[in-house]
Design a protein around this ligand. Sequence first.
Ligand SMILES: C[S@@+](CC[C@H](N)C(=O)[O-])C[C@H]1O[C@@H](n2cnc3c(N)ncnc32)[C@H](O)[C@@H]1O
Length: 253
Amino acid sequence: MTVPEPMADEFDTMPLWTADAVAEVGPDAAVPAACRGSGTPAALRWLAGGMGLGEGIRLLDSGAGVGGPSELVARELGVSPVLVDPMVGACRAAGRLFGRPVAAAAGERLPFGADCFDAAWSLGVLCTVPDKPPVLAELRRVVRRDSPVGFLVFVRARRTLPQRPEGNHFPDLEELTVLLDGAGLPIVDRAPLADFPEPPGPWQHLVDRVEAVVERDHGRDERFRSAQQQQESIGRLLADGLVTGHLVVCRAD
Ligand SMILES: C[S@@+](CC[C@H](N)C(=O)[O-])C[C@H]1O[C@@H](n2cnc3c(N)ncnc32)[C@H](O)[C@@H]1O
């Protein structure tokens, strides 16, 4: 799979550096550091509650990155996650940190048969995918009818944005609704990410410590600067309210 260079830096190289840094900071840092862009634990708990996740539920995480969100619900709710991400670096990092089943594959071609999951989610992924219907069709295919499918999607508040971070393709809310309906995943509940509190102090402190180690070890590396620019560019759009995060619960029809 070919992806723009800044995205490879952010989603392939950074995860491995993050896993190295967690080894130094300590195991408590693993879940906070591995929630890459998926935001706050409170938001994830709301999404998990809306989806009815619980003990023994087989959850597919498409575009799992380093796997922090799935690990959170595995530890708190007893969910059994399976992680998929096209970036081999992210898969290796997730495997090292959490030891859950993980496959390197694109969301457009999931390596599973039909109807084999009880639930699926895809967090912060749709906005990085130019052609969204194939990713949604695959999510619908691998879950059983009536299964919950959750999303965190960053949507644009206006037609044109002053800058678009490379590799990002933000839908607007109406486009998102139409796309989900068309995929057989009608929305049953949703909430703006802004409604949820920031991560608690100790969680953020662990994230900051891991980021400081990564910067100490790689701050002069061109790939570090590229990944950082990419994150800052998205951060500016969010701070200006031009792009907003939305949690969405769908049910496979
Ligand atoms: C912002 S990160 C979110 C990672 C993780 N879901 C989280 O919330 O911590 C976006 C992820 O989407 C993955 N991704 C990009 N294109 C994808 C595709 N076509 N199918 C599945 N995942 C993709 C990236 O490799 C990256 O790990």
